[in-house]
Design a protein around this ligand. Structure first.
Ligand SMILES: Nc1ncnc2c1ncn2[C@@H]1O[C@H](COP(=O)(O)OC(=O)CCCC[C@@H]2CCSS2)[C@@H](O)[C@H]1O
Length: 332
């Protein structure tokens, strides 16, 4: 039985620190307590725990434009966050975990604004058939969380520009583009802003749980533990070094011929590589794989590997240069 409800007002916009705080709150949630954490990220793509970042978004373009990529603990798909999006997390012990009750808080808050929100499918909340909130869930031992997004006035051009959603997935959802699937709450309530939404969420939280929410004392937080969490969430290993076997293919036509690369990447590192080419210099092509094996599957490392390939003959020098130039900017 929930006896205490608490509220955490997220302060910064650093996605790695925010996720560290979310995990910390989960680890520290007490029995009979429900914590509602409201938070925002700046310009971030959050992928699900088991997702392949290279497949889900245009990482290089996004990071070049100042975006942050984050992998969360919960499963599900990739979502885009900016300061027009508010995230909520309910942190709670397993015996009191109740997704319907938690969702009631969200739906009730939005309905207070005169917007007809509805739960839809496995993890969406929609208005007029369009998604403004995606939800995901996580359990560790007897601690759980349920979190979700709420788009108030997010930049939908960026959202659909950086996320790469497969045609199959869109078809499955019965839409033909990412953009047509989502919406902002401000479309239905032009004066809406994040502060008003927060207010309504707290009101609904108190009504659904039948008590006053106490503000969670943030000055008692263990800063060391939070920094450690932040390091984990921002580490290369956590983001890319997952134990996933996958294959990539790249194709490029140069003046001197066509090259098809097939990469086997595991834990972010090229384990195997095959090259197919109609080049007139097969020995040169054959010499490449051993220099790329063991590189990280990222432009800089692959380019560094390629630059070690010996190419004494002038024609080979030119081929090598073409390849290095190609690998400095190709979208992996
Ligand atoms: N911010 C946001 N809100 C709602 N829907 C979004 C958002 N960004 C993208 N999308 C749409 O959802 C699908 C992915 O839907 P899909 O159902 O695959 O995944 C999710 O919903 C996951 C929600 C995770 C919520 C966490 C809460 C705190 S950290 S992230 C994407 O292709 C877009 O069409």
């Amino acid at each position: 039985m929930i006896k205490n409800i608490k509220y955490v007002d997220g302060k910064g916009f650093d996605p790695y620190l925010n996720l560290a705080l979310e995990e910390y709150l989960m680890q520290n949630v007490k029995e009979n307590e429900c914590i509602l954490y409201l938070w925002q990220n700046e310009n971030t793509i959050v992928i699900g725990r088991n997702q392949n970042p290279w497949k889900e978004c245009k990482i290089h373009e996004f990071e070049r434009d100042g975006g942050h990529l984050v992998r969360r603990l919960s499963g599900g798909g990739a979502v885009y966050h900016d300061q027009g999006n508010l995230n909520f997390t309910f942190l709670i012990r397993k015996q009191d975990y109740d997704v319907d009750r938690q969702l009631e808080v969200i739906v009730k808050a939005v309905r207070k604004l005169g917007i007809k929100a509805e739960k839809s499918g496995r993890n969406d909340i929609t208005v007029s058939g369009r998604k403004f909130s995606g939800n995901a869930f996580y359990t560790r031992g007897d601690r759980c969380y349920h979190h979700g997004t709420m788009m108030v006035n997010s930049d939908l051009t960026k959202l659909s520009g950086y996320l790469q959603v497969s045609k199959e997935k869109l078809k499955l959802k019965g839409v033909d583009s990412v953009r047509s699937r989502v919406t902002n709450l401000s479309v239905y309530h032009p004066d809406l802003n994040i502060d008003i939404l927060k207010e309504k969420l707290i009101e609904a939280f108190e009504e659904v749980y039948g008590q006053k929410a106490v503000i969670y004392a943030q000055n008692d937080l263990d800063q060391k533990a939070l920094q450690k969490g932040r390091e984990k969430f921002s580490s290369w290993e956590w983001l890319f070094g997952r134990d996933m076997k996958f294959q990539y293919e790249l194709s490029k036509r140069f003046i001197w011929g066509n090259v098809d690369f097939q990469f086997q990447v595991n834990q972010g590192v090229v384990r195997d590589i095959q090259l197919f080419s109609d080049s007139m210099d097969p020995d040169f092509i054959d010499s490449i794989p051993e220099y790329l094996k063991g590189c990280r599957y990222e432009n800089q490392d692959l380019t560094a590997g390629l630059s070690l390939v010996p190419a004494a003959i002038k024609a080979r020098q030119e081929m090598k240069e073409d390849l290095v130039i190609y690998f400095t900017s190709v979208e992996l």
